[in-house]
Design a protein around this ligand. Structure first.
Ligand code: PNS
Length: 159
């Protein structure tokens, strides 16, 4: 079975991520959206919250599942017998870091390809960080994140 991994922090998942999920799900038999647990970072949402949010956002896609992982992505992808890792690219500024990670992941695990999907125009400005920044100061985030996530982001900053 052709498995592809879509890794990320998803803190929170945005409509830009969902766009990548929709397109990547058509390229494989099974897409695993893999949420990283990074003990060195303090995300806005806990791993459990992010897992629930992403699960809710992808429930319409029959070949997409959601998992969490920690440690090296290349090792995790190998365990999952994935043929590839998919990443979204928004701008040239994303490229340098993504290129470095892709080459390191290839060195760690030569059989796994990194596949880059160019962002759709409408999401080229969108990131989890900018959504949090706007929400923190009471700005409108409608249309930027899935509806099941929007209220949770707003609630987080209203407490
Ligand atoms: O959504 P993000 O925060 O941009 O995702 C970054 C992620 C999770 C893809 C990246 O940090 C990662 O792959 N972490 C796993 C640790 C690892 O394998 N590091 C070496 C990469 S070369």
């Amino acid at each position: 079975m052709k498995v592809i991994i879509y890794p990320g922090s998803f803190d929170p998942i945005t409509n830009g991520h969902l766009d990548v999920i929709e397109r990547a799900s058509k390229m494989c038999e099974h897409l695993i959206v893999s949420i990283i647990y990074n003990p060195n970072k303090t995300p806005l949402f806990t791993l459990e919250e992010r897992f629930r949010q992403v699960k809710g956002a992808v429930e319409g896609y029959s070949n997409v599942t959601v998992e969490t992982f920690t440690g090296l992505l290349a090792e995790y992808a190998q365990q999952k017998q994935a043929m590839g890792i998919v990443k979204g690219l928004r701008a040239i500024s994303d490229f340098e870091y993504e290129f470095q990670m892709a080459l390191m992941n290839r060195k760690l695990c030569p059989g796994i390809e990194t596949i880059f999907l160019m962002t759709s125009n409408e999401y080229s400005f969108l990131s989890s960080s900018i959504v949090k920044e706007v929400a923190r100061f009471g700005g409108c985030i409608k249309g930027l994140v899935p509806e099941n996530v929007r209220k949770e982001v707003i609630n987080k900053f209203s407490n």
